[in-house]
Design a protein around this ligand. Structure first.
Ligand code: HQG
Length: 182
């Protein structure tokens, strides 16, 4: 499969597994899982036939490692980014001292007033990877990086979660923990 096909299937998977499983007539189980067989059958019924091997390749090669199989590889889910009301079952984790969030300059005034809000997603997304965060910010406009005093937040009782692909999640980052990086 070439890169374009991979990306196309990955986008369809994101849409179904994070936002609209009903669009192909399926539902998600607890913690966002779905049987691979059920998923492939539903895609086929909706005119998108993928093989198990193609799905494996998408999961393996996805640029942000957005998807994962369960241990016996019978079920698949998106690791984060859902708008569906689903508890992914992540355990609270101790964050690194600092985390980064990439955004666009046009949001800065609002962010420095309200803090980081999760908007349409379940959580605010953060990472320790500056390049990734720059790319994320660029999706919204002129990028800018905010540093989050995660250690202080953790000490103050805010909960953090980490996904299998090292995306850090929290509910809300109040403005007092934010610094705009130069
Ligand atoms: C901003 C993608 C105004 C926030 C990416 C962001 C990431 C505020 C935008 C993942 C605000 C929401 C998440 C406030 C936050 N006032 N704007 N108070 N608080 N914002 O897409 O973090 O490709 O929901 O800074 O790569 O950009 O989907 O979040 O700019 O990893 O796998 O509101 O989604 O991953 O945008 O992206 P998003 P995000 P995937």
């Amino acid at each position: 499969m070439n890169a374009k096909d991979l990306q196309r299937i990955s986008k369809t998977l994101s849409y179904v597994l994070r936002h609209r499983p009903d669009s192909i007539g399926v539902g998600l189980e607890a913690e966002g899982w779905i049987e691979v067989q059920t998923l492939l059958a539903a895609f086929a019924q909706n005119g998108q036939s993928y093989t198990r091997v193609q799905l494996e390749q998408v999961v393996l090669e996805n640029n942000k490692q957005r998807f994962e199989f369960d241990r016996d590889r019978l079920r698949i889910r998106a690791r984060q980014g859902h708008s569906l009301d689903i508890d992914l079952g992540y355990e609270a984790a101790i964050p690194p001292d600092n985390l980064l969030h990439g955004t666009a300059t046009r949001f800065l005034d609002s962010i420095l007033e309200q803090g980081l809000l999760k908007c349409a997603r379940h959580h605010v997304h953060m990472s320790t990877n500056k390049d990734t965060m720059l790319a994320v910010g660029m999706r919204h406009g002129q990028p800018v990086i905010l540093s989050i005093d995660a250690r202080q937040m953790h000490n103050d009782g805010h909960q953090f979660f980490v996904t299998g692909n090292q995306v850090w999640l929290t509910d809300h980052v109040p403005p007092g923990y934010l610094t705009v990086l130069p």
